[in-house]
Design a protein around this ligand. Structure first.
Ligand SMILES: [Fe+2]
Ligand SMILES: [Fe+2]
Length: 474
């Protein structure tokens, strides 16, 4: 029997909700079983300096202290309710926001919540072996922070399933613990969440690119007319910011270290750079190309009647919906999408309602481009003549209008032969992965020490110095 107020911090009055308590009584032990099996490997006895959300108040969502991860207090938090909130788009625009699931949207909403929920444990599974090759105690603490918060995001979605979807919701919540990233028989729902995260460069790229997809999906769901979903996603966004910070600064610190070594030794050729034990910029570019392209696929088909239905029904909005100035119905609006016709990429206008996936993808790309620009400044400041670029949107895509076409990073449509000749100039090869992995053969955990291939961060966590003991191994 769980002591609810102690063990599960929440602002949903869990102590008085018997139905929810009973559902969680079954699910919580199964969740712990999943964490022991699929959470960070060999970490269960470590005491980790973690941030825990214990309330939604400004001083309550970021409480720091040492915690053994299996004892982490995975809580259930929703942004406080705004009694006057309305459905802000689609055919129900202007109605009071829904506090219960509208019957006609029940299965669609459940699907949306399950798809979001499935990504959360998936990324924990993808990252579970990385602790044994961490570049520092600071980074080890950060990956554990990301992992426990993805666990909490799973709790957040399971809360919605348990509270609002009855028996089907409980079954879906169990399935969320049964699927496994990369499993041949029972994989995670979305492609990028079945890719391995084999090393720390991949981890930082993942948290920069793929957690940011999470942010944009959460932003779109935070506009939902189904108020509990909107409020849940709003609160999740506070945590997502840290995940993207870990990714952006992680890649930035790798770039910085590489540039320092290149300057110091006056080398530019990738093999000379590698000989000095850091990751050459070309390899970083190839990882970028890979993570960017597989993440773009997560937004779905460029033209999608499902996306149109989600919007029209008021279930999933656009990025910053309420800040946009238009009719919020998109009756006559158009939006440009690209496709390949006769060996050329052309752009045409389609009804904006059907292009909402593409629009969200474009909003995402804009933010990604800013982040890549910040990485570029690290290279520029070192005076190294190398340009990091975002490949063309159609590069290496498996979903949408570009799927089935071979497109170069510059946006040319290629023959299979041309593609094959260049593929591993553009995407990481098994040799690249082997090289990166060779740098990460063991973990660096002496407080204040960092692996040779990465620069220290500008500052520590919660104002602590870099040599703070962020993890205590017992
Ligand atoms: Fe998440
Ligand atoms: Fe995340």
């Amino acid at each position: 029997m769980i002591n609810y107020t102690d063990k599960i911090p929440n602002n949903v009055d869990l102590g008085r909700d018997r139905v929810l308590q009973r559902a969680l009584e079954h699910w919580q032990p199964a969740y712990m079983g999943w964490w022991y099996d699929m959470g960070p490997n060999e970490s269960h006895n470590y005491e980790v300096y973690l941030r825990t959300a214990i309330s939604v108040e400004p001083d309550g969502w970021a409480q720091f202290g040492y915690v053994k991860m299996p004892d982490y207090r995975w809580g259930i938090f929703l942004q406080p309710r705004d009694e006057k909130r309305e459905v802000n788009f689609g055919i129900h625009k202007g109605q009071p926001a829904w506090q219960e699931v509208p019957g006609e949207y029940r299965s669609t909403l459940r699907r949306v919540i399950v798809t979001q929920g499935d990504t959360e444990p998936a990324s924990v599974e993808q990252q579970r072996m990385l602790g044994s090759s961490c570049p520092s105690m600071y980074d080890l603490r950060n990956i554990f922070q990301v992992n426990v918060e993805e666990g909490r995001h799973l709790w957040a979605m399971v809360y919605l399933l348990h509270r609002y979807f009855g028996r089907d919701g409980r079954e879906e919540a169990e399935s969320l613990l049964a699927r496994r990233s990369g499993d041949a028989d029972n994989p995670r729902i979305l492609g990028a969440f079945n890719e391995p995260t084999p090393d720390w460069l991949a981890f930082y790229m993942f948290t920069f690119f793929t957690d940011r997809d999470g942010k944009f999906q959460l932003c779109a769901l935070a506009e939902s007319g189904f108020d509990p979903l909107a409020r849940t996603c709003r609160f999740m966004l506070t945590e997502e910011a840290h995940h993207m910070f870990v990714g952006e600064t992680g890649v930035g610190r790798i770039i910085q270290r590489t540039c320092e070594v290149m300057k110091e030794h006056k080398v530019e050729d990738p093999s000379d750079v590698r000989a000095l034990g850091v990751i050459d910029l070309d390899t970083i570019q190839r990882y970028l190309n890979f993570h960017y392209s597989v993440t773009l696929d997560l937004y779905g088909s460029d033209v999608s009647s499902n996306a149109a239905n989600y919007y029209t029904s008021g279930l999933k909005g656009r990025f910053r919906e309420t800040k946009l100035e238009d009719d919020h119905v998109l009756a006559d609006a158009e939006y440009p999408v690209s496709e390949v016709v006769g060996g050329k990429i052309i752009t045409k206008n389609v009804p904006a309602l059907t292009a909402l996936n593409e629009r969200l993808r474009d909003d995402y790309i804009e933010e990604i481009a800013d982040g890549v620009g910040r990485w570029q400044r690290v290279i520029d400041n070192a005076g190294i003549p190398f340009r990091l670029t975002l490949p063309h949107k159609g590069f290496h895509r498996a979903i949408g209008n570009f799927a089935g076409h071979l497109i170069s990073p510059e946006g040319e449509v290629l023959s299979e032969e041309d593609w094959k000749n260049h593929e591993f100039q553009w995407l990481p090869s098994s040799k690249d992965y082997a090289y990166v992995r060779s740098l990460m053969s063991g973990r660096v955990v002496e407080p204040g020490k960092f692996a040779n291939w990465i620069a220290p961060p500008a500052r520590g966590i919660n104002n602590h110095p870099l040599n703070f003991e962020y993890v205590r191994f017992n």
